[in-house]
Ligand binder design. Structure first.
Ligand code: E4P
Length: 222
């Protein structure tokens, strides 16, 4: 399962890219609004950190399909590199997805709350869908269940669209999505850290060092 960073915080992105296997970065308008700098500058700096070969996801804000397509073209032209345009799974969004597919612009259907929405996005020929796991859970739904259904539907109909599960509040939701067969997830930096680390791993390593030092003295592996 591929890991994407759901953040526009440059310091955190740099830290995660340096330490872990990260496939790319996803943003949305709320994530970009948290940063103090101009959003174009932030997006360009993210590209500098992750490299132009890694995907960067940027969401449209327009309300009509024509404007979404224009906005997408502007984002792609302004940034260059491997840009994926996030388009919401709403009426005008589906129309825009069909057009972006025709234009060959990489697209992700976002704000997905049901498996059928994901299937309708995939029918538009786009590359990714992003089901919102925690937001579904908050509505007394079953976020992981929706992801599992999407994976099953995409397999049944042999669709090439990939599932990039999103909106997580804890590691357990991510774990269950990986068991359900989600191709990729995007999560906040703290959740990505928690996926990699465990306090018991650190305690175990400290124990090995102590035992070695007791018997052999200073650790010198050269
Ligand atoms: C990513 O595509 C989504 O915009 C994001 O994961 C939403 O997360 P949230 O529900 O924590 O805002």
């Amino acid at each position: 399962m591929k890991i994407f960073i759901d953040s526009a915080n440059l310091q955190q992105i740099r830290h995660l890219i340096e330490n872990y296997q990260i496939e790319g970065v996803t943003t949305n308008p709320s994530i970009l609004a948290k940063e103090k700098e101009d959003y174009w500058d932030v997006l360009k700096q993210i590209q500098t950190i992750i490299g132009r070969e890694r995907p960067l996801f940027v969401q449209t804000l327009s309300e009509t399909a024509d404007e979404m397509v224009q906005e997408a073209e502007n984002i792609v032209q302004t940034l260059g590199g491997k840009i994926y345009i996030k388009v919401p799974a709403v009426k005008e969004g589906y129309k825009a997805m069909k057009e972006l597919n025709k234009l060959g612009i990489n697209t992700l259907g976002t704000a997905i709350f049901t498996a059928q929405q994901a299937l309708m996005c995939a029918n538009c020929g786009i590359q990714y869908v992003a089901p919102y796991v925690n937001r579904i859970d908050q509505l007394s739904g079953d976020g992981v269940g929706v992801v599992a259904d999407i994976v099953k539907l995409f397999n049944t109909f042999q669709l090439q669209t990939k599932v990039l599960a999103a909106s997580f509040k804890n590691v357990n939701q991510v774990h269950k999505c990986s068991l359900a067969g989600a191709h990729s997830i995007t999560a906040s930096p703290d959740i990505i850290e928690a996926l990699h680390e465990h306090p018991s791993s650190i305690i175990s390593v400290e124990g090995f060092s102590k035992d070695w030092q007791k018997r052999f003295g200073v650790i010198n592996c050269k």
